[in-house]
Design a binder for this molecule. Structure first.
Ligand code: PEP
Ligand code: MN
Length: 293
């Protein structure tokens, strides 16, 4: 007797596809995440200065990004690392939106900060380290903003879907799932990019799925390849770290692309996206409704 995905993920039944609910489209300004358009979110790990965020915003927009990322509240493993500009960073992001028209995604780390972050952001990011912070999930859900939910670095797909279910349960249907790499025995890269989970999530869940090749790789040289893998796995978009001068970045410089590398990565994604569109026109196989093993 084979177990169905519905049984395996029974605690997250509302995020699973049904006959009636095949795909959730999350509206953000004039953008539809989970719709026909592949959506690129790009920007620095942390908002640092006005000139930095403005330069990045203009560059990533010119290369085709629709959403600007940038942390104002940073979850850092070391208390001695840069913790983010806080409110000042949020204001700089809002100014960049005003100047470029890009939507803003930024992290809220604590439920106390949610109202302030929601005032400035178009999408609230729940970071990997916060995926199981249920009071934060509740506050973020109740803010009414779309939520970019990053997979915990030691979370299974079932854990991940349960956290998404919590947000839906608090009345917010606009959840975007983000695979950002998980911890495994492999330590060559910062994390192990779980491309299979993207394919699985696209198969079983109606929520949009975004790939984060930057935090998965941890090295800028690997980011374009992982982004292409994300496209091939069926992701609805990517979130990528970009910095005018990665060597000088206040956080995650090793994995940040400079302007030229980002431009090249975006141009190289196009043929893969075209191929995917072509493949989508092929008659689809029967939906996989059974879990194996
Ligand atoms: C980030 O997006 O900069 C970040 C801290 O990501 P994660 O929560 O996936 O580590
Ligand atoms: Mn980062």
């Amino acid at each position: 007797m084979r177990e169905s995905w519905q049984d395996r993920f029974a605690e997250a039944s509302d995020v699973l596809k049904t006959e009636r609910r095949q795909q959730t489209v999350v509206p953000v300004l004039d953008i539809e995440i989970g719709g026909d358009e592949f959506v690129t979110m790009a920007g620095p790990c942390s908002v640092e200065t006005e000139s930095q965020i403005m330069a990045v915003a203009h560059h990533v927009r010119r290369c085709g990004a629709r959403i600007l990322r940038g942390g104002a509240f940073k979850p850092r493993s070391s208390p001695y690392s840069f913790q983010g500009l806080g409110l000042e960073g949020l204001k700089l992001l809002a100014a960049a939106r005003q100047e470029t028209g890009l939507a803003i995604v930024t992290e809220a780390m604590s439920e106390c900060d949610v109202p302030m972050v929601a005032e400035y952001a178009d999408i609230l990011q729940i970071g990997s380290r916060s995926m199981e912070n249920y009071s934060l999930l509740e506050a973020a859900a109740r803010s009414g903003r779309p939520i970019l939910l990053k997979r915990g670095m030691v979370a299974t797909v079932a854990d991940f879907l349960r956290s998404a279910q919590v947000i839906l349960e608090y009345g917010n249907p606009h959840v975007i799932l983000c695979e950002r790499g998980i911890r495994t025995f492999e330590t060559s890269l910062r994390n192990t990019f779980d491309a299979a989970s993207i394919a699985l999530l696209k198969q079983i869940s109606h929520l949009p799925v975004i790939a984060d090749p930057s935090h998965a790789a941890g090295h800028r040289d690997l980011v374009p390849a992982l982004a292409r893998i994300g496209v091939a796995a069926g992701a609805d978009g990517i979130i990528v770290e970009v910095h005018p001068n990665p060597e000088q970045a206040w956080s995650d410089g090793e994995q940040s692309l400079d302007f030229a590398a980002f431009e090249e990565m975006m141009a190289l994604l196009d043929p893969y996206l075209a191929l995917r569109k072509l493949a989508a026109r092929e008659p689809a196989g029967a939906p996989l409704m059974e879990a194996v093993g």
